[in-house]
Design a protein around this ligand. Structure first.
Ligand SMILES: O=C(O)/C=C(\CC(=O)C(=O)O)C(=O)O
Length: 309
């Protein structure tokens, strides 16, 4: 049985999150979350850059229910490398209430891809955050994108704002729907209408296949306040960025908790209060329904999309 020691300074997820004040619409999807292990059942990958605490499927499903969500999209975290078994196990155990985003290598067979599809996987994640992964050649990623396109899947990309110019040509050559994690990690100390975020908006404006998760204010915020101790106005410096994306691209945005919040250094948010961030960035019922129900259902449960109301 593997026994893993957490990365020094690791912050465990917040236990006993509050019930959100904001009630999410019926059928809401938490479209970005992870499972970690448990390490003794699903060992962490040898090539990982961090070793987390355990965060099991049962704990994820309990959080889903506590927050009032109906479904999850479980994104493969880099600590599991390209071994998708913990994520797949969670999807299979969810009774159809979870779908997945996998990490795959070029060597994956068609049969293995089909088995992932049957388990509920609908996308692959390409990670360009250097502290999280080693470099994968672009031709390998393009080959994977071409293969998963045939299954109707999409590509999730994770990168930091300063790297967008360099990655632009690659991203715009992807043949599938492309979903950006955490708005491409803007530096929120810069102006929302400054050149860096404007480039991201242009990326979405000029490429109608590009979607964005307006998630992770707890990761992006510099000034807070933190989602702790009942705070109803958390992460105010992130609000203009996320709201801009939601209002300009209401049909191409997703939201997720990012539970269990890997690699946070400063604090661990109360997930109930993170949900209370949503009406600040999606102020109308219509925007909330698109963000939390219509859009994720269209992408992850297209066969049920439109029927959930
Ligand atoms: O959970 C996230 O989305 C963000 C992560 C972790 C991550 O992406 C991973 O391990 O795969 C981060 O910024 O450290």
């Amino acid at each position: 049985m593997a026994n893993f020691e957490k990365t020094p300074g690791w912050l465990d997820w917040y236990s006993g999150p509050s019930k959100p004040t904001f009630q999410v619409p019926a059928g809401a999807v938490d479209a970005h979350c992870h499972v970690f292990g448990p390490g003794n059942e699903f060992p962490f990958a040898p090539e990982r850059k961090y070793t987390p605490c355990d965060a099991s499927k049962a704990q994820l499903f309990a959080l889903r229910d506590q927050l009032g969500f109906a479904r999850n999209v479980i994104v493969q975290a880099t600590c599991h490398g390209a071994d998708n078994s913990a994520m797949v196990d969670a999807c299979k155990a969810s009774g159809g209430k979870a779908r997945g985003v996998a990490t795959v290598k070029r060597s994956i067979s068609d049969e293995e891809l089909q088995a992932l599809h049957d388990a509920g996987v609908r996308g692959v994640r390409f990670n360009f955050v250097k502290r999280l992964v080693d470099f994968t050649p672009k031709d390998e990623l393009l080959e994977i994108a071409g293969r998963i396109q045939k299954l109707g899947w999409h590509v999730v990309i994770y990168f930091e704002a300063v790297d967008l110019p360099e990655l632009w040509d690659f991203f715009t050559s992807l043949p599938t729907t492309v979903v950006v994690d955490h708005m491409g990690r803007p530096d929120v100390s810069k102006p929302v209408d400054g050149p860096e975020f404007e480039l991201f908006l242009k990326f979405m404006r000029e490429h109608k296949n590009v979607w964005s998760k307006v998630s992770c204010p707890e990761r992006l915020s510099i000034t807070g306040p933190k989602a702790l101790d009942g705070e109803q106005n958390a992460y105010q410096d992130v609000v203009p960025f996320a709201r801009r994306v939601v209002e300009e691209f209401p049909d191409r945005v997703l939201w997720g908790t990012d539970w269990p919040h890997p690699n946070l250094k400063d604090h661990m948010p109360d997930d109930g209060l993170l949900v209370d961030f949503i009406p600040h960035i999606a102020p109308t019922e219509e925007l909330q329904r698109k963000l939390l129900v219509d859009n994720p259902m269209r992408l992850y449960w297209p066969e049920e999309s439109g029927k959930e109301a």
